[in-house]
Design a protein around this ligand. Structure first.
Ligand SMILES: [Zn+2]
Length: 429
């Protein structure tokens, strides 16, 4: 079955294209990108006014299966990903039970093959049960398809254990993803420490609780030679440390989330638990520093940290509610609304930050809009309006920090290996 995607703006800096072209897809692969292409038989999709990007990848998704299938499953989470324009997601291991053995990685790989509509790459736990005491079964997990390792949700508290893990991961050329949180410094904090924690009368979470671990893990990466990826950086100090590490040539990459880029602590006055994050929303100055780091190349990728939560848990009072916001279905629209439509970045930058950057950071297979590559393609309607109401979400959870927002642009079609995952804005069943 051949497909002709006709007359869209095809953008892929890695393939050296940005212009109006046709794309031919056959047998799951991109056959050709060029002008005035035709196919003898098959289906033609008119893509005028649309933007075609190589498949977007999210390096930070919480699928909640196994353990909290009421919040998200592989089936619902991959459909939420397709709805948001992603063709690939990386699944964090802090499920119940924790994904810390080869058989648990295999469970996820098989589940994704049976029920997923986008590609799912498992991330294994660094330590058994993410307890920070003993190394998890890294080798077995690599054999079963784990692509990186993280104790996301807590972070590895001990520097000594982090060193042991990095020494070991280096042998597999695997990345350690650091959730940068010194729990002894967080000490029950729920919002950024400073004016906002005082005004709200809530325990503060200092920037130093993140920055000390960023600094520590960069030093341990340097010591061991292991690749390090820093998750959801939220402070000016953190991105300054990464900028310096990169200037010294270290193999350090980092991500920022849409909620830390487009929201700050000033939004918190309503005690809305959908704005309770780990790490917390920071100051306006931090947010500006993240944006500057995004623009100067310090930030490798935008990651969603999609964290679905049951409504009855988010409805608890602020201190008791769980941390996190969903993100897969709003990320691309937010990036378009705040960065592309305002002229701060170009579509080629979106490809860098949401396709090539994330794939390079974790060593995922490359995506290109070029002949011979798998047909993993995100088609964007940049003028479509998105009202982020309850009916917008395909995810099982509704805890979005951007609920009620009116956004510009959304994915209209998603192809994964030449198979439709999203068509005319609707997720394929
Ligand atoms: Zn995390």
């Amino acid at each position: 079955m051949a497909l002709l995607l006709r007359g869209g703006r095809v953008v892929d800096p890695a393939a050296g294209v940005d212009g109006i072209f046709d794309v031919i897809v056959r047998d799951g692969e991109i056959v050709e990108v060029g002008e005035d292409l035709t196919i003898p038989k098959g289906e033609t999709i008119e893509c005028a006014e649309k933007v075609l990007l190589p498949g977007l990848a999210d390096v930070h998704t919480h699928l909640r299966e196994p353990g909290r299938e009421d919040e998200e499953t592989v089936a619902s989470g991959t459909r939420a990903a397709a709805h948001g324009g992603f063709t690939a997601i990386c699944a964090m291991p802090n499920t119940d039970p924790v994904c810390d053995t080869g058989s648990k990685v295999r469970f996820l790989v098989e589940r994704a093959a049976e029920e997923g509509v986008v590609r799912v790459y498992p991330i294994g736990a660094v330590t058994k049960g993410q307890k920070g005491e003993q190394l998890a079964e890294i080798g077995d997990m690599v054999s079963e398809g784990a692509i990186a390792f993280s104790d996301d949700g807590h972070g590895v508290q001990s520097g000594g254990m982090t060193r042991i893990a990095m020494d070991y991961l280096k042998r597999f050329d695997c990345v350690l993803i650091s959730h940068c949180e010194d729990e002894s410094l967080v000490a029950g904090g729920v919002v950024n420490e400073g004016v906002i924690s005082t005004r709200m009368g809530l325990p503060g979470w200092p920037a130093a609780a993140e920055e000390t671990i960023v600094a520590r893990d960069i030093r341990i990466a340097e010591l061991t030679g292991c690749r390090l990826h820093l998750a959801h950086l939220s402070t000016a100090g953190s991105v300054a440390l990464v900028r310096e590490a990169k200037a010294r040539g270290l193999a350090v990459t980092c991500e920022v989330t849409p909620h830390h880029l487009f929201l700050d602590e000033d939004a918190l006055s309503r005690y809305d638990t959908n704005l309770k994050m780990n790490p917390p929303l920071r100051s306006h100055a931090d947010r500006e520093a993240l944006l500057a780091a995004l623009l100067d190349g310090t930030v490798d990728c935008i990651a969603t940290d999609h964290a679905p939560h049951a409504a009855h848990e988010k409805e608890l009072e602020f201190e008791l509610a769980p941390f996190g916001t969903t993100g897969l279905e709003t990320a691309l629209s937010l990036v378009n609304t705040h960065l592309v439509a305002t002229g701060q970045i170009q579509w080629a930058d979106v490809v860098r930050l949401m396709c090539h950057g994330p794939r390079a950071a974790l060593g995922l297979p490359e995506a290109r809009l070029a002949g011979g590559y798998p047909a993993d393609i995100t088609i964007v309607d940049p003028e479509a309006r998105v009202e982020v109401g309850p009916e917008w979400f395909v995810s099982k959870s509704r805890n979005s920090a951007f609920a009620g927002a009116s956004l510009l642009g959304k994915a209209s079609e998603v192809l994964v290996g030449g198979v439709w995952a999203l068509r005319n804005g609707k997720v394929v069943a």
